[in-house]
Ligand binder design. Sequence first.
Ligand SMILES: NC(=O)C1=CN([C@@H]2O[C@H](COP(=O)(O)OP(=O)(O)OC[C@H]3O[C@@H](n4cnc5c(N)ncnc54)[C@H](OP(=O)(O)O)[C@@H]3O)[C@@H](O)[C@H]2O)[C@@H](O)CC1
Ligand SMILES: Nc1ncnc2c1ncn2[C@@H]1O[C@H](COP(=O)(O)OP(=O)(O)O)[C@@H](O)[C@H]1O
Ligand SMILES: [K+]
Length: 505
Amino acid sequence: MKILTCTQQKEADAYTIANNNILSINLMEKAASLVADEICKRWDRSHRIIVFAGAGNNGGDAVAAARILFTKNYDVEVYLFNIKGTISEDCMTNIQRLQECGFTAYHEISNSFEPPKLEAEDVVIDGLFGSGLNKPLSGGFASVVKYINASSAQVVSIDLPSGLMGEDNSNNARANIIRANLTLSIQFPKLAFLFPENEDIVGEWKLLHIGISPEFIAQADTPYYITEAQDVSQLIRSRKRFAFKNNFGHALLIAGSNGMAGASILAARACLRSGVGLLTVHTPVCNHDILQTAVPEAMVQNDVHEHYFAEPVDLDNYQAIAIGPGIGQEEETALATFDQLADCYIPAILDADAINIISSHRNYLNRLPRQSILTPHIGELERIIGKCNNSFERLTKAKELAAYLQCYIVLKGAYTAVITPEGKFYFNPTGNPGMATGGSGDVLTGIILALLAQGYPQENAARLGTYIHGLAGDIACRRMGEISLTAGDIIDALPEAWKILSEIK
Ligand SMILES: NC(=O)C1=CN([C@@H]2O[C@H](COP(=O)(O)OP(=O)(O)OC[C@H]3O[C@@H](n4cnc5c(N)ncnc54)[C@H](OP(=O)(O)O)[C@@H]3O)[C@@H](O)[C@H]2O)[C@@H](O)CC1
Ligand SMILES: Nc1ncnc2c1ncn2[C@@H]1O[C@H](COP(=O)(O)OP(=O)(O)O)[C@@H](O)[C@H]1O
Ligand SMILES: [K+]
């Protein structure tokens, strides 16, 4: 699914009106009726509905929703802010329609505003500004926003929480943005919804499909996508009747150190549950027995060192390599890592300590094998690119890094982003907060390693791997709950996740 900018969203509305035989006012009616439906589903008539509308089309949506709720016998009150004395045509039509149905609780504000008392049981519809916001809110609008935010009422924002820019909020004042409980986004998700710092602003978000032209969406150019199940299910390769294990690659996992055998075990088990033909784990001597016991399906190759990775491996027999989980950051390990990567001609994934080692030896950065996949979480990424003030800045810098290294960056978190060397962003929708637990990332490394070894191209391996990892996390969460979820539970849910995804056409 494409994520379009607010400017493109306006173009999409205009294109649909011009080419798809629908009047602008009817597109607004569709949006408003979906907003009203959603409110009716969640709140019954015992709740007062207080509508705050702007003079643009976002306000038009809100006024139309007010009429629909009023005709369904909800107790509705409307405050429309007409500060400049200009109301959009469709908004004006809806004000007239509202009055025509005998609605009297309509207040138009042009200067002074006596705000209504807001109670916890009230539902506020925020239709002040949507995709037409062109600068941060200030003055009277900022005061209205603060007033709504200070109340204990439930807030439903139409399209976007008023005051929030769809993409970059670097120069915005958070206090002047509505904090919604529910955001009903018209047709497209907005990039800003995917940023952790906006969680309390956006609340739960849901898309309302108003019938924007599919041709427009197909030709719209964007670097931002949300991966959907069908996008990745069609990447999954079926197995031939006469398949044998060599068809699915031999993966090499360099992982573990003294006290960190668990990282290698988790990555190895996830790799084996993701279709790899053969797996060799290269690990220090001290981890040999535990690995052989915990993962009997894997072959174990001892490093020369008792406690950590110290000697690179000949890659001749392998189709893909993963390096990093639990390897530590000894200087000898760093040197072995660089030696290993210097001659690496097979697809590679670098995780955890391999990334930390690179960030503390920055002169090696541009020697990483091209097309490698790096899987940092925010902290690991910022050790390379520096501290960022917000997610938009972080994504921008991550894109520059991916282009400079000609590598794929899998920036982990909620909505993990797969960032390609060409500057595309694929956000992953699966996964849950239960996965914020030690070892979850090692599981992801094992999954992507398995896919690389089977010959999946890097971009597909990263996108499919992150999707299935989150899906397994969601299945595990249903079984165990967020609190008890462990990385091992994600592995245990992988078989079901692979089965479910393989069956989606
Ligand atoms: N038929 C359609 O097109 C459909 C549209 N739909 C709906 O329309 C919404 C977009 O509507 P919109 O384009 O009218 O913009 P909207 O967000 O209401 O506000 C723009 C007004 O605000 C003003 N303004 C901007 N920033 C400001 C600031 N900081 N402080 C103060 N003022 C500021 C700006 O004035 P300006 O500064 O440009 O003079 C302009 O007049 C979209 O989100 C969706 O809900 C759906 O119903 C589907 C059908
Ligand atoms: N709130 C969340 N929602 C979705 N996925 C999450 C969430 N928190 C963590 N995850 C996922 O769990 C994994 C955690 O990885 P990482 O931080 O490297 O853990 P570790 O280093 O302990 O293995 C990532 O794939 C991340 O996307
Ligand atoms: K809004």
